[in-house]
Design a protein around this ligand. Structure first.
Ligand code: CP
Ligand code: NVA
Length: 314
């Protein structure tokens, strides 16, 4: 039996995979936005979706993607499974491997997700961990490309908390050849090993504590909530991060026509003002829509339906 293709993070995907997934997502979106055409390429396949944390976009977009590709879904809340009573990740992976054809999991502990994947005989997709949110970044990248053209050589500024979104953007930067400029408070910086791994993979990364410096001339300004799922120090974060709010002044420091991204849910007038979120530079609802097209491309990838050409062959 061949090894399943997992989608746990972006760094571990083979050369050429990210470009192939983005191209497939653009192709799929080009076939129709709503109503979206249905295919039967995943007929007879079932995706299990396990959520240990809340979700709107990931849950709806994966469910729709699977149905629109002819497949089925089963959604489960992790705390209502025996996982919640201590059944091990390896045993759960072994059992679900007998039942379904792929699993998408949202859980905070990335190492536990990786352990699950090691014992799964089917593809495992990361629906968000504390370390990585790879499906979201695929949607973000296609959103950037539809607004600005190819991501290569563009500059993405990240402002605020150095979190799972930041880390996943960094993982994509080297393979896809875009620059990252990051501003976080020192207390909430991206861990050094994450930045160093991105640089080792070829990423051009600038790290600062000054949002204006990070945003200066950037093509994209991206932000996220101040407190991610699992963060309990909300008051401290609010105090540390309010100076990193994306508002009209900060957007004015970016390149003319720069795009604002936020994976949502947003805490309006904390990390982003209403004016930016609802303004002409905001692509946040395209970004949310693009989760569907991205999910379809990720599903096609893990089910081996799209060819991955090494970068040197393209
Ligand atoms: N952006 C994102 O992952 O949204 P949900 O938490 O609603 O799935
Ligand atoms: N960084 C956020 C993203 C939510 C989609 C979190 O982890 O909660």
């Amino acid at each position: 039996m061949s090894e399943p293709i997992h989608f746990l993070d972006l760094a571990s995907q083979p050369q050429g995979a990210l470009r192939a997934i983005l191209d497939e997502a653009h192709r799929i979106k080009g076939e129709g936005r709503k109503p979206r055409p249905r295919t039967d390429v995943l007929a007879g396949r079932t995706l299990a979706m396990v959520f240990e944390k809340p979700s709107t976009r990931t849950r709806f977009s994966f469910d729709l993607a699977m149905r629109e590709m002819g497949g089925d879904t089963i959604v489960a809340n992790g705390s209502e499974m025996q996982l919640g009573r201590g059944e091990s990740m390896p045993d759960t992976a072994r059992v679900l491997s007998r039942y379904v054809d792929a699993v998408m999991i949202r859980m905070l502990d990335h190492d536990a997700l990786a352990e699950f994947a090691r014992h799964a005989e089917m593809p495992v997709i990361n629906g968000l961990t504390r370390r990585s949110h790879p499906c979201q970044i695929i949607a973000d990248l296609i959103t950037i490309e539809e607004r600005l053209g190819p991501i290569e050589a563009r500059t993405v500024a990240w402002v605020g908390d150095g979190n799972n979104m930041t880390a996943t953007f960094l993982e994509a930067a080297g393979p896809l050849g875009f620059r990252m400029r990051i501003a976080t408070p020192p207390e909430l910086a991206v861990p050094d090993d994450v930045v160093e791994a991105a640089r080792a993979a070829g990423a051009d990364v600038f790290v600062s504590t000054d949002p204006r410096e990070a945003v200066d001339g950037a093509d994209v300004v991206a932000a996220d909530c101040f407190a991610s799922m699992g963060d309990e120090d909300e008051a401290r974060r609010l105090k540390l991060l309010m100076p990193y709010q994306v508002n009209d002044d900060l957007m004015a420091a970016a390149a003319p026509g720069a795009v604002f991204l936020h994976c949502l849910p947003a805490h309006r007038n904390e990390e982003v003002t209403d004016a930016v979120m609802d303004g002409p530079q905001s692509a946040v609802f395209d970004e949310a829509e693009n989760r569907i097209h991205a999910q379809k491309a990720v599903l096609a990838y893990v089910f081996g339906l799209i060819a991955v050409a090494p970068a040197s062959d393209r």
